[in-house]
Design a protein around this ligand. Structure first.
Ligand SMILES: Cc1cc2nc3c(=O)[nH]c(=O)nc-3n(C[C@H](O)[C@H](O)[C@H](O)COP(=O)(O)OP(=O)(O)OC[C@H]3O[C@@H](n4cnc5c(N)ncnc54)[C@H](O)[C@@H]3O)c2cc1C
Length: 323
């Protein structure tokens, strides 16, 4: 059994859940096993229909204790569930919630944990996980000392969750024990980030700039292009660190994950920490003067040239053709 912890927040199942369930279905298929989604919530109503096509079974514990995520409560529930169900593999999102929960759960259950996993597969019946090291410059394959079971936290956007595998999961109500005297944390409140004028996660066209833009004053040509194509502007981390764009426009591992119809990467080298945030875009076009820039490995179309030559010409052509 591959057990996936359903991550939800403020009434919405997070994308990472479906990404994990997609991979879980593949891994379970290869070992003739099944996918179990663990749903811990105070109100399952809205979630069940959404989850059913993605899992063979939904292990449901509905309890007011889950109104807000609390890793102490989740950990106790999962310790019980793991002991009872003896899964082969436990998958948890490498999110703020998962990072808080998984290490302590692994220690409590004595299960080997590999964090921030971007891929995994069975090899001779044993799990191998791939994760990035040295700030994403090298990928490492990790084998475990013991099997039965394994635990991983999964990096967002590592797996595509395009179509549900139509599994029609059965609902199994469970009742793990939770001892209130062992709950040491208390949820206080959600602190929402101030709403920026643009939500790049909802943009259909993103004109994304990198360090190659040189300086803030050069943003003019990008703004003109964005206006011509009706897109929003985002950027790589150095652009944000330099204060050329606001924080909420950063794409990547420590920024946002975006999935626009068109992602135009201008003067961005394509570091793995950037790629992880934009590789789910429908069409990727890159402009970079370095033909060996890694961004071209994920781009559908590439222009090897100086952005200061190309961008104004592109804007002009778009204006002539489409306006
Ligand atoms: C823990 C961690 C988290 C990180 N999180 C993120 C993140 O969320 N998002 C992110 O983006 N990065 C992140 N980074 C940083 C990341 O490793 C890279 O340093 C960063 O993405 C590089 O940004 P860049 O491509 O804009 O700059 P560079 O790597 O400097 O690339 C600039 C590119 O512009 C090209 N160029 C220069 N001049 C021109 C020109 N005139 N015309 C055309 N092309 C030109 C160059 O050929 C080069 O490829 C993170 C790093 C760490 C360690």
């Amino acid at each position: 059994m591959v057990l996936v912890l359903v991550e939800h927040r403020q009434g919405e199942i997070r994308d990472i859940t479906f990404e994990m369930l997609t991979k879980a279905a593949e891994l379970a298929d290869e070992t003739d096993s099944k996918v179990s989604a663990v749903l811990l919530t105070d109100d399952a109503d809205g979630f069940i229909d959404e989850l059913k096509p993605w899992a063979d079974e939904i292990l449901l514990h509905e309890d007011p204790k889950y109104e807000f995520f609390n890793s102490d409560v989740y950990e106790q529930a999962l310790v019980d569930i793991i002991a009872d169900k003896t899964p082969d593999l436990i998958m948890i999102g490498h999110s703020a919630q998962g990072m808080e929960l998984a290490p302590s759960l692994a220690s409590e259950t004595d299960i080997p944990l590999v964090t921030s996993v971007i891929d995994m597969w069975w090899e001779d019946g044993e799990l191998v996980s791939e994760r990035q090291i040295y700030g994403g410059k090298v990928n490492s394959e990790v084998r475990y000392n013991k099997k039965d079971p394994y635990m991983v936290t999964v990096q967002a956007a590592s797996f595509e969750a395009e179509e549900a595998p139509n599994l029609d999961g059965s609902i199994i109500e469970i009742d793990p024990s939770i001892d209130d005297s062992k709950v040491f944390k208390k949820f206080l409140e959600y602190v929402e980030p101030e709403a920026g004028e643009v939500d790049i996660t909802a943009s259909e066209i993103l004109i994304s700039i990198g360090r190659g833009i040189g300086e803030e004053d050069n943003l003019d040509i990008i703004e003109e292009l964005a206006e011509a194509v009706g897109g929003d502007i985002s950027g790589s981390r150095p652009v944000i660190d330099n204060g050329w764009l606001p924080d909420d426009r950063q794409v990547g591992q420590s920024g946002k994950t975006v999935t626009p119809k068109l992602y135009l990467a201008i003067g961005i080298s394509g570091a793995s920490q950037h790629i992880i945030g934009m590789k789910g875009s429908e069409t990727i076009v890159a402009i970079n003067k370095d033909p060996d820039a890694p961004i071209f490995e994920v781009a559908d179309y590439g222009i090897v040239d100086d952005l200061f030559d190309i961008v104004p010409k592109l804007t002009e052509t778009i204006k002539e053709e489409y306006q």
